[in-house]
Design a protein around this ligand. Sequence first.
Ligand code: ADP
Ligand code: ASP
Ligand code: MG
Length: 462
Amino acid sequence: MKFGGTSVGMTTGLTQVLSIVLYERERWDRLLIVVSALEGVTDALLEAAHLAQLANRRGYRRIVATLRTRHLKLIEYLPLGVNERAALQADIDRLLFDMLDTCQLLADQAGQHTEPEAIDAVIGVGERLAARIVASLLRQNGLRGVAIDATDLIITDMVYGNATPNIPITRERIAANLLPMLDRNILPIITGFIGSTATGKPTTLGRGGSDYTASVLATCTDADEVWIWTDVDGMMSADPRDIPSAQVIPSLSYTETAELAYFGARILHSRMIAPLHELHIPVRVRNIFKPQGAGTLISDNNESAHLLKAVTMAQSLGMFAPRSGSPHSVIALVDEVLFKLAGSRAEVVITAQSSWQSFLCFVIPTSAGHGALHSLEIALEELTYSDETLNLWTIRPVSVLTIIGSRLDDMHSAIASIFAALDGIRILALSQGPSRCSFSLVVETADGDEALNRVHGVIRAD
Ligand code: ADP
Ligand code: ASP
Ligand code: MG
């Protein structure tokens, strides 16, 4: 079971975590818990790391002080015994103190080359704090909860900020260090999001990476199921923050879910589905505040009367050139720059060409973080400006809308109703997904919200 930042960020959420774990502990004899940092904490830690790189000592100290107050305030309201509370406070102080040290190191090196693992060491502290808080709460209530740092378990490549676990090595580590705990009836509370390289340097799995941690742990322990507890009722027909009338989707296939996550639905990390699909491990997405609700079941079985299921809108970068020709060199450049900036590969979703014009569109995965699109745009503008062969290209953000559904490649009437609904909105390019279950179209960012609303109206009517 993985509990997200919204679940562990407030006393009400933590109370729900406690009652869910107490209840499920009776039903499952071997349970692993994964937790994220409290909501907003990873953003604050990223800011602290950036300020440290700029040698803004007051700035990062202020953030650390705020984080300390926030965590201490949270535990103040938890029903903990005197000893448990004192030990937890000491843990929080020690973790934040070590993290302040790392920030100081970054500040001392300002302007020089920084070790990328130092940033990951700073931004992974949120999960370590949260795991300790949840473990204390469970211990206080009679469970044998132990906080575990996944750095000893999840062994990744060296793509700092967006690392990918090495499954065979991770499986060995888990067999040696985690499974024996389950045999001793311990309930491990494992940090999401973080890992380490084979040489022990800290890494993180990309934004939203705690889902990926849960997926990797499930894969390496041959789990029966993965449950993602979050703040919405399940996977929905659109992001309910954008479309309040969005509805829960009772069941989805692995492919449909992977497409949803890949094309911008931040509810799940885009790389988490593939390992679970391979082993056919079902995933349930459920609302922590409504644990009696069924949520969404993601599995091989995908019986649904509806053809159209969901729509997402992804942050994307469009590149336009007033000429035709091979786009390979531009794609290679974007790939290199995006990988340097955010550890993500540039996956071209849509290319469109005519006799005198070229258009390329890159979807930026949510794991690359909020700022990735903007940094990519600035970096590419600088590079193309000074290069004779590239300065023909104009660059601007665009919106990619992706419709997820069954058999979209032969159910043309469904696609026709979407086109009819988009009447009057300019479509820059189109792409039929090779997965059979997705269809994407690119619109100007200014038209994104209107297009999303109209497409969702068609999905609701299906
Ligand atoms: P957590 O802290 O639990 O990991 P996240 O914020 O990462 O939570 O993900 C949950 C959020 O994902 C929801 O609050 C919702 O706004 C957003 N979201 C985006 N797309 C969807 C979708 N299709 N269905 C449900 N939620 C979505
Ligand atoms: N705390 C991390 C983030 O904010 C990981 C996660 O929430 O899954 O990206
Ligand atoms: Mg998340």
